[in-house]
Design a binder for this molecule. Structure first.
Ligand code: ZN
Length: 430
């Protein structure tokens, strides 16, 4: 940590973050205004691409090609178009490398808004008051993407840049497969450490569940509702399976005793039916119903093994239904097939973050167990890279009136700028 002291004090870096914060807030607001739900993230990626280029970084922008990643152990199956599945990576190269390289990662995709009428203001209007920045994706995670860039901008404003390669990654597909972060790894981007500025309330993620998505196709036997008893109602049959999944969820949560970081959590495995469709006509017994499910898995569990268990469970539950016993529901794995991870304790990167967080926030760095998918598993499981998930305080992510704390963004950016300075070292820009 002494190597940078000849060039700049920590206080000057902290002050520099304050000095560019207004610009950072405007930039982050502009990011939130892009409705970058999956399939429409291209324009937001263009905006980031231009912002990176304007600062002189070399920028790699590419469409994820499933063929390039589908043989990788971390690949998740897909059933959507990748026409707009754009990744952007900006690279800073130093004049002479003295320090350690770093990846600053964020995801550009946001989840759907739900009924817009239930938001106080439109979800992509993006507005802020003295305390919060509001909008879909404000916390998850455009504030993080802004912090990654402006931590570097703060150093630039002092005439300084990292003395090691820094990669700014803006990936997509984080909310459905994790294939964006995986594609960046397969393309060759590696570093001595990675930070993902997800909205985790200024804590460090120690352990994280894996996630599996699946879609269940349920058949019925369509007849006129006047003789409903001669048919079989696919929606009723789906409800039978959904109720059975509650038993699956209960059994999975009892297994937490085998996982010390999860044993103290009330309900670590959430099995969520997130979407349902079915039937064609109120007076016809429905011939079809599909529902989409997300489940978690414990670190160390194989996603493929879990997928087989899910398949077996649905087959067994079908066997207990009069119509499905001869027409079993079909399971399609159509998204996350991602394993959980634990961050190995004792890395130099973690020690540095802990020290700097305490310096900026005046409190010790807490560690948490995350029950939501994180791209950090790509770094932890497949690149042997210490990946620190650390980012601002937010509320209502994936809900209505999502918002992220301005003070928290500011603190995280300060910690990040200090981290870059100490991890990578610094050199004068010219
Ligand atoms: Zn996120």
């Amino acid at each position: 940590m002494s190597s940078i002291k000849a060039l700049v004090s920590h206080q000057r870096i902290i002050d520099a973050v304050d000095a560019v914060f207004e610009a950072q807030l405007d930039f982050t607001t502009a990011l939130v205004q892009f409705p970058s739900v999956r399939g429409q993230e291209g324009t937001c990626q263009d905006f980031l691409h231009d912002a990176y280029r304007a600062r002189g970084y070399s920028v790699d922008r590419w469409k994820i090609d499933p063929q390039e990643i589908e043989h990788h152990a971390g690949f998740s199956p897909i059933d959507v178009s990748y026409e707009q599945a754009i990744n952007v990576v900006a690279t800073h190269r130093p004049r002479s490398q003295m320090g350690r390289s770093l990846i600053l990662n964020g995801h550009v995709d946001v989840v759907p808004t739900g009924p817009v009428s239930l938001w106080q203001r439109p979800p992509f209007e993006a507005y802020f008051d003295d305390t919060w920045l509001y909008g879909r994706g404000a916390g998850d995670m455009k504030a993080g993407l802004g912090a990654n860039l402006f931590a570097l901008d703060a150093l630039r404003s002092l005439g300084l840049q990292p003395a090691a390669p820094v990669y700014l990654q803006s990936v997509t597909e984080e909310e459905c497969t994790g294939n964006g972060a995986l594609a960046a790894l397969v393309r060759g981007y590696k570093a001595d450490a990675a930070i993902i500025t997800e909205p985790v309330d200024e804590a460090l993620v120690r352990a994280n569940v894996g996630v599996i998505w699946f879609k269940v196709h349920v058949k019925g036997h369509p007849v006129h509702v006047a003789s409903a008893e001669s048919g079989s109602n696919a929606i009723d049959a789906a409800i039978h399976l959904i109720q059975a999944l509650k038993n699956f969820e209960q059994k999975r949560n009892l297994e937490k005793v085998n996982y010390p970081r999860f044993a103290g959590i009330d309900h670590p495995i959430n099995v969520n039916v997130g979407k349902i469709e079915g039937g064609d006509w109120a007076s016809s017994v429905p011939a079809w119903c599909t529902f989409d499910v997300r489940t978690g898995l414990y670190p160390g569990e194989s996603a493929e093994d879990q997928a087989r268990e899910i398949q077996a469970f649905i087959t067994e539950a079908s066997g207990q239904h009069p119509f499905l016993s001869n027409n079993p529901a079909e399971v399609l794995f159509n998204g996350f097939m991602a394993e959980g991870y634990e961050l190995t304790e004792g890395s130099q990167a973690e020690a540095l973050l802990s020290t700097l967080h305490a310096e900026v926030v005046s409190e010790a760095l807490n560690e948490i167990t995350s029950l939501a998918y994180l791209d950090a598993r790509v770094f932890a499981l497949y690149a042997d890279t210490p990946c620190l998930v650390y980012g601002p305080y937010s509320e209502n992510i994936h809900g209505y009136d999502e918002r992220v704390s301005l003070d928290s963004i500011r603190r995280v950016t300060k910690t990040l700028a200090l981290f870059i300075a100490n991890w990578c070292g610094l050199e004068k820009i010219s």
